[in-house]
Design a protein around this ligand. Sequence first.
Ligand SMILES: [Mg+2]
Length: 303
Amino acid sequence: MRTSPPAANDPDNFPGLREALAGVRALVLDVDGVLLMKGAALPGAAEALTALDARGIPFRVATNFTAAHRGTLAARFQAAGLPVPEERIVTAASVSAARTAATYPGQLLFVITTPDGRREFDGQLVLPFEEADAPGARVAAVVIGDGETDLSRANLDRAFRLIRDGAALLAMHRNPWWFTSRGPTLDSGAFVAALEFATGVRAVMCGKPGPIMFRTALAGVAADLGGRVAAREVAMVGDDPAQDIVGARRLGMRGVLVLTGKTNAAAAAALGRGARTGTGAHRSRAIPDAVAPSLADVVAALD
Ligand SMILES: [Mg+2]
């Protein structure tokens, strides 16, 4: 079955969806704007996931959300009717925890995120906030995520001193703001920038669009496929050119932009004009390999 191209998918600029996806064996899926919108499943998303399972096409869900453990997110997906088990979820919090476990085994960490998000660090040595005030307190790394009330002046000041005393700085992500029930809301990336400004230390970014999260998702689908997959054989499906498409294409994955989230048809058409004219290496990475109306159309167009 051939899906009809979306109105924004100018055939002069983007190849057809089916051609753009030829040879793709696995998918990495963004959450907001691809599977969910304001906590509710997008039309066709649940059926698309079920179709992937039925066809034996592995996928991972990759999100910069850090304020909850993957088990909590899996339960939320389930409540929204989306069959996404915990082991298929990769978050900026889970990749940060995997990074510290691999890089600083057995060493103390200072982690600012919600209590539920901090459960990703279970089994690692996380310094209680107040103990950072003890004379001579040191940690191997400071990790910054969406700490809500724990992302306080007092805790940022503790993080600042620990970094000055030699701790590495890890950012779960660098998002400056996002939408919550309160409207546009300051996100933890703004606090990462503040710590970088004050310490002169550049943070290692674990989430999108950095390579760590995409490599983790690639390793996951490779394991499902028996151990090997080329990046080119995996497509990232997202609604954000700067986060989803740039990050995926930098590693050699294909990037498919869907129009169910923050990018509308007019913005996608503008990217299409960029695809035709070609304007610089960074700019070109934000240009997707294809544009699709929704995840359901992407899945329908897979070989
Ligand atoms: Mg999104």
